[in-house]
Design a protein around this ligand. Structure first.
Ligand SMILES: Nc1ncnc2c1ncn2[C@@H]1O[C@H](COP(=O)(O)OP(=O)(O)OP(=O)(O)O)[C@@H](O)[C@H]1O
Length: 318
């Protein structure tokens, strides 16, 4: 059923460089959450901290009652077994075929027999649509296939939390659309907690239940997808709608002159909120909400045309 991740007042520095401070959020169990932010705002650092690869300077990360920021190494090793991670490039061993790559965590971390391993590997290969490609080497397949193989490997230990580091990087829009559908279908099947770091606004607008935005060394906002897509908060509005007008400039923040020049400039209207992608089999995911339900419950009128399609609905050239 997935497990919740509670992040409290988390602060990370490298030497004197503050990456982000006082980050507090609860990533809900079994739901899909996306973390966005301009380049260099520390999204990957946040993922690595959540899995215990980096230690925060302050704050806690509570998973099943354990603070992974301070727990002993042996306990961290156990907690890590709850995680599956899809790294940016799939992180495959180049000299092993896909079968051995996907089998690797089972051989490393379990005492399962080769026949048990085979049935798990084939099940996960099937899940990501790679049956028949077991004998291929990572160098012989496309980037999209490598991502799917990486995903199969992330799933073999039946994780309760799956972290995706820019799953769409290097993929064309069609492959990204397939991968996004796969993420939704997987979540429906395995019910794990998904946290996705991405740059892709279309993914952020249509895949998750919740969206977070890191900006200027803090968490600008985290909450239900509809809350952020309907938000008029300048940074959130600008980023989620890929607009030039707003506080974010080419190198993170615009300076006072640039902001002054924009004063009085009309903001383009908020584009319609797209429908969230639904599972292929039509059976709703456990955390799926009715389109528009958050807006209705909170008395927010969504932009005209909202929830009419699962197209991202971004206005061209805005
Ligand atoms: N091990 C490290 N030691 C020192 N600085 C680091 C380390 N890892 C990351 N950084 C710094 O932390 C900052 C945030 O990096 P990070 O890769 O998390 O950003 P990001 O938001 O994921 O960026 P992008 O969207 O471009 O991938 C960068 O300035 C980077 O140089």
């Amino acid at each position: 059923m997935g497990t919740e991740i509670q992040v409290n007042n988390l602060t990370k520095q490298f030497g004197k460089q503050l990456i982000w401070g006082d980050v507090t959020l609860t990533i809900p169990a079994g739901e899909i959450s996306v973390m966005l932010g301009p380049s260099g705002t520390g999204k990957s650092v946040l993922l690595k901290t959540i899995i215990g690869l980096l230690k925060p300077d302050r704050g806690s990360i509570i998973i099943q009652g354990t603070d992974i920021a301070t727990c002993p190494e042996a306990e961290l090793y156990e907690i890590r077994k709850l995680f599956g991670v899809l790294f940016q490039d799939g992180a495959m061993f180049g000299s092993m075929n896909l079968y051995d790559n996907v089998a690797f965590p089972l051989r490393e971390h379990t005492k399962k027999s080769e026949s048990e391993i085979k049935s798990i590997v084939m099940e996960k290969m099937d899940l990501v649509g790679l049956l028949g490609a077991e004998d291929k080497l990572p160098g012989e397949i496309s980037g999209g296939m490598r991502k799917r193989a990486g995903l199969a490997r992330a799933l073999v230990l039946d994780p309760e939390i799956v972290l995706f580091d820019e799953p769409d990087s290097g993929l064309d829009p069609v492959r990204t659309a397939f991968l996004n559908q796969l993420i939704i279908d997987l979540n429906a099947q395995i019910d794990a907690t998904f946290l996705i770091v991405t740059h892709d606004i279309n993914t952020a607008r249509t895949v998750p239940d919740n969206i977070g935005l890191l900006y200027h060394k803090h968490l600008a906002m985290f909450g239900p997808r509809e809350m952020l897509l309907a938000s008029e908060e300048p940074v959130v509005r600008q980023f989620l709608n890929a607009q030039r007008v707003g506080p974010i400039g080419m190198s993170e923040e615009k300076d006072a002159d640039e902001l002054e020049a924009e004063k009085g400039q009309d903001l383009p209207p908020l584009p319609p909120i797209p429908k969230q992608i639904e599972p292929t089999n039509g059976i709703p995911r456990r955390s799926q909400r009715e389109p528009g339900s958050w807006c209705k419950e909170n008395g927010i009128t969504p932009p005209p045309g909202s929830f009419e399609s699962s197209n991202a609905g971004l206005a061209p050239g805005s």
